[in-house]
Design a protein around this ligand. Structure first.
Ligand code: GDP
Ligand code: MG
Length: 597
């Protein structure tokens, strides 16, 4: 295909606005995929994607389209996820595109992720084509959507906004024509040395890393001797090809093409997303500017349950190959043994990882209470240190300052729910920065500690606004804050994985709630076990986990119940080599803590 006839684009939208449906419709109309029966959503093929009805990974597919001008065009479509946790995937797709379709659900209008994705496209200087979807629906408000789009970007007034139904296919042909007419073709030079940007990858156990590339200059042929420029790793590619949407081998990929390059490289660190592939003999002068790696937002421990660490290690490393946004550090916990400290893009990402471990590896795991990261300085050392594991925070007597991350949060909600939202945000230590009315909707901009919004906030917001509020959140800054550490002793031994960093305001109440929850979820022993919560060296909460079968200890003995139990406990303390032998922490312990408000 001539480069002039190639169009590389992505579809971006708020979650559920119809991206995957439109992708499927485009494939249908260009005969890219022969749909047998009624198979829906060809691109959402991961089990977690089908379970949640959302796209988790970006997908790429080449469509061949015969336009009204009689010519054939190659339309490379990159489907993207819409959940706020996966903005990083959107950035990757957009970096390989020359234009985006900004899709808006006519029954919902412009929502938080519509705006966030619009900004990503704008920052990449892409042509943005607004399209209104679901016009077949009874409750479509097309005029309202147009108005909101013009408010977002006045330049949308220069062209008619297309109204489509991705479901029935109404006017999708017009979208294809606009893609051809308004999105520029790539402008590379196929005679120059190879310059191909890696915008995504997956791992294949036989073929190693399969890099998804946009060829900017040059021509890649099968068996070419190639190298990654930043990592400087050399390889010969046994196979190259395109996404149709399955991998389809081809003889060559030319400038402007989007396709895959099998590298044979077994260590994913050698071919990172954002790196540039070039030839070993003829090298391009300059690598493409890579984009920022994903930032972890929440951190938690993952430990094997009913399995060895080695099994977990195999599973986690494989998962990491296909999801480079998980951060993994091996860690030995004093109560759960060897496992990992992991970083995730958000709670939804954490949940997806847990489900993939079960679905794809048959691994059930214990995931500890998630937390955000903090920075601190000590009295002896004024350099800021970042920690993501609460038990790494030094004792309060040594600390000088602690800082916590704050996010800028934008919430749009119907005016009748504003009071409830204000209450929720003040409970969450939010600071109102701006408030703006448009018609029935109120837009509020807040600065909120990440720790208050990272876990259950979105669900609470949805519930108090009956699902109508939309929400976007971005890291803003670290702010010094009155933060303390809660530690929990079980049977007089501190348990690392039950350490929490919280604001002083709620600390005592929280410590008491945690300790009371633990009373019912910590597995019982023959003797009663005290559970104590400490803040800054003071006991602030205590309960006793009742013993297993009270009478077991006293049959036919003169000693009193409590003396016998005390004896059992002393014996257990003496015998104990490490805390892990003394208490086991089942998943229910961490789930109980997560459910505390
Ligand atoms: P995504 O999250 O943006 O990928 O959205 P999906 O493509 O998964 O669509 C979300 C829901 O909207 C699905 O239930 C679709 O069947 C439905 N949907 C998508 N497009 C249309 C449309 O044009 N009309 C109607 N009525 N429903 C649609
Ligand atoms: Mg989707």
């Amino acid at each position: 295909m001539k480069q002039e006839n190639i169009r590389n684009f992505s579809i971006v939208a708020h979650i559920d606005h119809g991206k995957s449906t439109l992708s499927d419709q485009i494939m249908k109309m260009t005969d890219t995929f022969s749909f047998r029966g009624n198979e829906e959503q060809v691109l959402d093929d991961m089990k977690v994607e089908q379970d949640h009805g959302v796209t988790v990974r970006s997908k790429t597919v080449r469509n061949i389209y015969r336009a009204k001008d009689g010519q054939e065009y190659e339309l490379n479509l990159i489907d993207t996820p819409g959940h706020v946790d996966f903005n990083y995937e959107v950035e990757k797709s957009v970096s390989a595109s020359d234009g985006v379709i900004l899709l808006v659900d006519a029954t919902k209008g412009v929502q938080a992720q519509t705006v966030a994705n619009y900004r990503i496209a704008k920052n990449n200087n892409l042509v943005i084509i607004p399209v209104i979807n679901k016009v077949d629906n009874q409750s479509a408000h097309v005029d309202m959507c147009e108005q909101q789009l013009y408010e977002l970007d006045e330049s949308f007034l220069e062209h008619d906004i297309i109204h489509i139904s991705a479901k029935t296919g109404l006017n999708v042909d017009k979208v294809l024509e606009v893609i051809v007419n308004r999105i520029p073709s790539p402008k590379g030079d196929e005679t120059k040395p190879i310059k191909a940007m890696i915008f995504d990858s997956h791992y294949d156990s036989y073929q190693g890393v399969v890099a998804y590339v946009k060829v900017i200059d040059g021509t890649i042929k099968a068996n070419d001797k190639l190298m990654s420029m930043n990592q400087r790793v050399k390889f010969a590619t046994p196979e190259i090809g395109i996404f149709s949407p399955q991998l389809l081998p081809l003889k060559e990929l030319k400038s402007g093409d989007i396709g895959y390059v099998i590298t044979g490289i077994k260590d994913p660190a050698d071919v990172r997303v954002g790196d540039t592939i070039t030839g070993q003999a003829r090298q391009t002068k300059q690598a493409v500017a890579g984009y920022q790696p994903a930032h972890s937002v929440v951190f938690a421990g993952i430990y094997p349950k009913d399995a060895d660490f080695d099994d977990l290690k195999v599973a986690m490393e494989k998962l990491k190959l296909n999801d480079s946004s998980i951060e993994l550090v091996e860690h030995v916990s004093n109560s759960l043994g060897p496992g990992y400290r992991c970083g995730f893009l958000g709670m939804f990402h954490l949940q997806i990882v847990r489900e993939r471990l079960i679905n794809e590896f048959g691994m059930s795991v214990i995931i500890t209470s998630p937390n955000v990261n903090y920075r601190y300085t000590t009295k002896n050392d004024s350099t800021l240190k970042t920690i993501n594991n609460p038990s790494d925070l030094p004792d309060f007597s040594l600390l000088k300052t602690i800082e916590e991350p704050f996010n800028k949060v934008v919430i749009e909600t119907p005016s009748e729910t504003v009071n409830d939202v204000l209450t929720l945000l003040s409970k969450s230590r939010g600071v109102l920065l701006d408030m703006d009315n448009t018609d029935q909707l109120v837009k509020m901009t807040y600065s909120v500690p990440l720790a208050e919004i990272a876990f259950n906030f979105f669900n609470q917001l949805k519930s108090i606004t009956h699902g109508f509020a939309t929400y976007d959140s971005q890291f803003m800054e670290y702010v010094e804050s009155d933060i303390v550490k809660i530690t929990i002793d079980v049977n007089y031994a501190p348990v690392d994985e039950l350490t929490f960093i919280v604001h002083r305001l709620n600390a005592e109440k929280l410590a008491q709630e945690i300790v009371h929850k633990l009373k019912y979820v910590i597995p019982r022993k023959l003797y009663p076990m005290p559970v104590q919560g400490y803040i800054e060296g003071r006991v602030v909460a205590r309960v006793d986990v009742p013993p297993l079968r009270k009478n077991a200890a006293v049959s036919g003995d003169k000693k009193s119940v409590s003396k016998k139990q005390a004896l059992l406990r002393r014996q257990s303390l003496n015998k104990r080599k490490s805390a892990s032998e003394a208490i086991q922490l089942p998943q229910s312990v961490f789930d109980a803590i997560l459910n505390i408000e």
